[in-house]
Ligand binder design. Structure first.
Ligand code: UDP
Ligand code: MG
Length: 324
């Protein structure tokens, strides 16, 4: 027996899929319990990330109908990563291991058996990795690929094609709780937790219903966040760039002097304009990058709570307060 499992699902405006997700999860959890893979006291924790549609209503109804479902309501929309963290931190002291997945049925539930097998074999963190990305649009595939490459290049250890479908043991969750950063990028944090880890490969299907809550703008913000939360390489890159430009300017100085002495001074309008634009551009970009990091420090230094729990629906009547 592997102990109590808690499946954690962040939900933001998911009224269209939640019913079906719950139906399939009920069957899946029963199958897992019957197969002796997890304790009958296992639960599904649905985290409502401040949805504006009927998501919370549906969660309340599911909880009333079936004690398998617990509900956690955040006080307002805090984004996928924070919602997931709120769920995981609630699960931390209430289960032996957790599995996080999306609400939209893109993650193959049948892979859970293999997650648990890895856990039984001693892994504290098990990453779900997508086999293929056929269900994604060409654009999403390419941008995702570029993102992973960039992260690798910047020295950030993330698992290729792993989203947030992940098993974490109680021990791993306790370790995760020690990371207090406000700029959350959970898939980058999980490897930092360490412990023995495993991989499970699965096919990701299309979103069952509704539309993606990650439009391009959010995806871009997520990528920039991921990079700047885990790597200071962009700052170093700016320094390197500065040195290179300084060396070039030395060469230019010599060239200018030579040209002056040779009496060929009034020419080169194009080179002047070009360098003004280029240097200006590079400076602004560099300032922007530095600004990103200062913004991060600003956010971290305020130490605001990462989520605030409004309500927690569970059988035991447990207190909704969790260290945020
Ligand atoms: N989500 C959330 N808060 C948000 C945006 C998304 O909790 O502000 C949840 C959403 O309900 C889903 C998961 O995060 O369960 C992943 O979102 P989505 O499927 O829209 O992203 P995609 O798969 O398109 O990248
Ligand atoms: Mg999705």
């Amino acid at each position: 027996m592997n102990g109590k499992l808690m499946v954690v699902i962040p939900c933001y405006n998911e009224e269209e899929v939640l019913g079906e997700t719950a139906r399939r999860l009920t069957l899946k959890m029963k199958a897992l319990v019957d197969a002796g893979l997890c304790d009958p006291a296992s639960r599904v924790l649905l985290v409502d990330d401040g949805s504006r549609d009927r998501t919370w209503e549906i969660i309340t109804r599911l909880h009333a109908e079936n004690p398998l479902f617990e509900g956690l309501k955040l006080s307002r929309n805090r984004g996928h990563q924070n919602a997931l963290l709120a769920g995981l931190m609630t699960a931390k002291d209430r289960c032996d291991f957790s599995i996080s997945m999306d609400a939209d049925l893109q993650d193959d539930m049948d892979a859970m058996d293999r997650f648990i097998a890895e856990y039984s074999a001693g892994c504290d963190v098990v990453y779900g990795v997508r086999n293929r990305r056929e269900s994604d649009t060409f654009f999403k595939k390419q941008t995702a690929l570029a993102f992973y490459r960039l992260m690798k290049g910047l020295g950030v250890d993330i698992t290729f094609n792993h989203a947030d479908y992940r098993l974490m043991s109680r021990r791993a969750l306790a370790a995760l709780a020690q990371f207090h950063e406000v700029n959350l990028f959970l898939r980058g944090l999980a490897p930092l937790v360490g412990f023995q880890s495993g991989y499970v490969y699965y096919d990701r299907s299309e979103r069952f219903a509704g539309e993606s809550k990650y439009p391009f703008k959010k995806m871009l913000a997520f990528a920039i966040d991921g990079i700047t939360s885990f790597s200071v390489k962009p700052l170093r890159l700016i320094t390197t760039l500065g040195i290179v430009i300084f060396l070039i300017s030395l060469a230019m100085l010599i060239y200018t002097l030579v040209a002056f002495l040779a009496g060929r001074t009034v020419m080169g309008w194009s080179s002047t304009i070009a360098s003004i634009w280029m240097i200006g551009g590079i400076q602004l970009l560099s300032l922007g990058v530095i600004g990103e990091y200062i913004g991060k420090i600003y956010n971290e230094s305020k130490r605001r709570p990462r989520f605030i729990i409004d309500r927690y629906l569970n059988e035991e009547g447990a207190d909704p307060t969790v260290d945020a």
